[in-house]
Ligand binder design. Structure first.
Ligand SMILES: *Cc1c(COP(=O)(O)O)cnc(C)c1O
Length: 221
């Protein structure tokens, strides 16, 4: 019951945020981040009709695919990828959200058998602990990616710092949107941003993919 209520709450908030800025709700895809959850919990969200699932680690994602072989699930890898694990995973997912360095692209391209939708991860806040290109480097990364036939850069991804204020978070998300517009005004790049704590802000600032974990599974405080 709790999960059904959480899901309704999430959908209501997505609606609200879209209304607030006159966006079409179809533009926003909620991803169920399944990390640290049991298969039973995930089954429940699946039964509610959600189909976009994500893990942040390769081993975990592969385990989940074994537990959930349904071919209507869309799999997203949202965490950083080590070179030696690229070949295990890149042909088994539909989206990769975390291209965070130039050196990983070559390996991904080498292993891909068909195009993969990817996001370049941007460290907008500049926190040292965070992965991703700086707001300057990402322009070059976008150019570099063009030489790879199978790496299909569909947008940019970021994470707000845990301790940021609402205004700071909004500023980071806004900045990511501005970067997409400056990088390529024609291609209309998409935005992967927003987690349990900040997805309403992310939607208001233009997010297309929101990566929600905790809010599906836990009682609200
Ligand atoms: C865990 C995780 C999320 C979801 O975080 P919640 O706060 O549980 O919603 C989103 N994005 C990434 C990259 C994650 O690792």
């Amino acid at each position: 019951m709790m999960m059904k209520r959480n899901a309704e709450q999430i959908l209501a908030r997505i609606h609200q945020s879209c209304d607030k800025v006159s966006r079409d709700i179809q533009e926003v895809c909620p991803i169920v981040v399944t990390k640290n959850r049991t298969n039973e919990e995930i089954q429940e969200v699946y039964s509610l009709g959600f189909r976009h699932f994500a893990e942040n680690r390769v081993e975990k994602l592969l385990e989940r695919q074994e537990a959930f072989p349904q071919d209507d699930i869309v799999w997203h890898l949202i965490g950083p990828l080590q070179k030696r694990k690229v070949k295990q995973i890149v042909n088994r997912i539909q989206y990769f959200h975390a291209i965070d360095r130039l050196s990983i692209m070559e390996e991904i391209e080498k292993r891909l058998e068909s195009p993969l939708k990817c996001f370049l991860e941007v460290n907008v806040s500049g926190e040292e602990s965070k992965h991703g290109f700086t707001t300057k480097e990402v322009f070059e990364a976008f150019e570099v990616a063009k030489q790879y036939a199978n790496i299909d850069i569909i947008g940019l991804m970021t994470m707000a710092p845990f301790d940021a204020s609402e205004e700071e978070i909004r500023q980071y998300f806004h900045e990511l949107k501005e970067i997409t517009e400056n990088i390529d005004s024609e291609k209309s790049l998409q935005l992967s941003m927003g987690m349990s704590q900040d997805y309403p802000i992310a939607i208001e600032e233009g997010a297309h993919f929101i990566r929600i974990g905790t809010a599906w599974f836990e009682e609200e405080e």
